[in-house]
Design a protein around this ligand. Structure first.
Ligand code: SAH
Ligand code: SF4
Length: 424
């Protein structure tokens, strides 16, 4: 059940952490910074992560331990607003309550498996291990101000919503893995909190979260939106709801739910092709929800919410990058308040696709822009750290693979899209 802002008001007591040293510029495999170790201890294995609790349930739990309501506010403040990574650090919470909480819950749902920093120093990627041994990845992208004072000063976290993905887009490393399972709301949320905590020591502080990591968020709608709720709640992380974007490959029931959801998150649609003949090949879900139906759902979303829709278009050399297709895209978007995000493809080994050459990207961009479409080319970030969705986890898994190892991987049969329909 969702909580309203009055259920838990934010109390004092959250520490924000001090700014830390600048990021190194060389590519390296990083050790977690002090205070950032979210590795659970051995005895934690069977306990539920406290981060999985809706705020209302946290309040009831603390009340059930015989404590006044403001204690729940304090605990939430430590969980969502501080750099703390253990119950022991909740210094304004009585020792007895800390003890009681640590006996019933583990602090973290996630453990760091590997962390990488791109050579530009501005992209960090982590592979995180879940309590059942599955692995996911999350990325922090920093766009700091340049020394001349120009440029944005912001940080965005990209989080996963599933282990693997059942949609299996033709050019996506996550799609290659097959489907493992849905993430819990806490597992989704804590990815953002991990980088949020880190960024409190290394500004700019994270203000934006995009649900564009591994998995199809609309096939895990309830957990995704439960994570959104605690990210934006004043007693949770308190982020601005308009700074959160859910990206979908076109699961229509999810778009329809989002259209009518009281949580006003932004919608991004991974289009990649303006017609069914091509999109059927790139995004298999298109055979179930063709382009015309997808666009109708986007128009309805915009009609009801008044929000601009982002369309992601990954440019694949010789496949979907011709000026003719750009013109088709212009026609498709007519009358919509749309933002097209052109994504240079991140090459994935084993897949027969290559990034479009730069002049081709520029021409495609110009065709859209000259016809009045708002269009940006996404900065290539972290190509050197396997930053495309699913790539680093695949690499870690290849390195470690042994007979009987766990996890979704190539060769594990994913359930059919029909088989996960109930999540939409
Ligand atoms: N499943 C959701 C969200 C995760 S994928 C979706 O598809 O929208 C996030 C974005 O990364 C999508 O737009 C996807 O098409 C894109 N993507 C996947 N593989 C890529 C690759 N190899 N290079 C560039 N973009 C890729
Ligand atoms: Fe799944 Fe998105 Fe990758 Fe497609 S692009 S396989 S929907 S994660």
């Amino acid at each position: 059940m969702r909580t309203s802002p009055s259920d838990l008001s934010l109390g004092p007591g959250a520490s924000t952490g001090a700014p830390g040293p600048a990021l190194p510029t060389a590519l390296l495999i990083a050790e977690p910074a002090p205070g950032q170790d979210i590795t659970p201890s051995a005895g934690d294995a069977v306990l539920r992560p406290i981060i999985d609790l809706p705020l209302q349930e946290l309040r009831q739990t603390v009340a059930g331990m015989g404590e006044p309501e403001y204690r729940a506010v304090q605990v939430a403040s430590w969980l969502y607003r501080s750099t703390a990574t253990s119950f022991g650090e909740m210094t304004n919470v009585p020792k007895g309550l800390r003890q009681a909480l640590s006996e019933r819950f583990r602090f973290s749902a996630l453990a760091i498996k590997e962390e990488r920093i791109a050579a530009d120093g501005e992209t960090r990627k982590v592979v995180l291990q879940l309590p059942d041994g599955e692995q996911i990845e999350s990325v922090l992208m920093r766009y700091p101000q340049r020394s001349d004072g120009t440029g944005a000063d912001r940080a965005t976290v990209c989080v996963s919503t599933q282990v693997g993905c059942p949609v299996k887009c033709a050019f996506c490393a996550t799609g290659l893995m097959g489907f493992g399972r849905n993430l819990t709301s806490g597992e989704i949320l804590e990815q953002a909190l991990y980088f949020l905590r880190w960024s409190r020591r290394h500004p700019p502080v994270v203000r934006n979260v995009v649900f564009m990591g591994m998995g199809e968020p609309m096939l895990n709608y309830d957990a995704t939106m439960a994570a959104v709720e605690r990210l934006v709640h004043p007693a949770g992380a308190g982020l601005g709801v308009h700074r959160l974007t859910v990206s979908t490959s076109g699961w229509l029931p999810g778009i329809t739910r989002l259209t009518h959801d009281p949580l006003a998150v932004r919608l991004a649609v991974s289009l990649h092709a303006p017609n069914d003949a091509l999109r059927d090949q790139l995004v298999p879900l298109n055979r179930r929800y063709p382009v015309a139906d997808l666009m109708a759902a986007c128009r309805e979303y915009q009609g009801v919410t008044g929000r601009r829709v982002t369309f992601e278009y990954t440019l694949l050399a010789g496949v979907n990058d011709s000026p003719g297709l750009a013109l088709e895209l212009v026609a498709l978007l007519k009358g919509l308040d749309a933002h097209v995000n052109l994504i240079p493809m991140n090459p994935v080994s084993d897949l027969p696709f290559a990034p479009s050459p730069w002049p081709v990207v520029e021409t495609f961009h110009d065709v859209l822009r000259e016809r009045g479409i708002i269009c940006t080319v996404r900065r290539e970030m972290g190509r050197d750290i396997q930053a495309a969705c699913g790539q680093l986890r695949a690499e870690v898994e290849r390195r470690e693979r042994r007979p009987g190892s766990r996890g979704a991987r190539r060769g594990v049969e994913a359930p059919s899209i029909a088989g996960v329909a109930s999540h939409g």
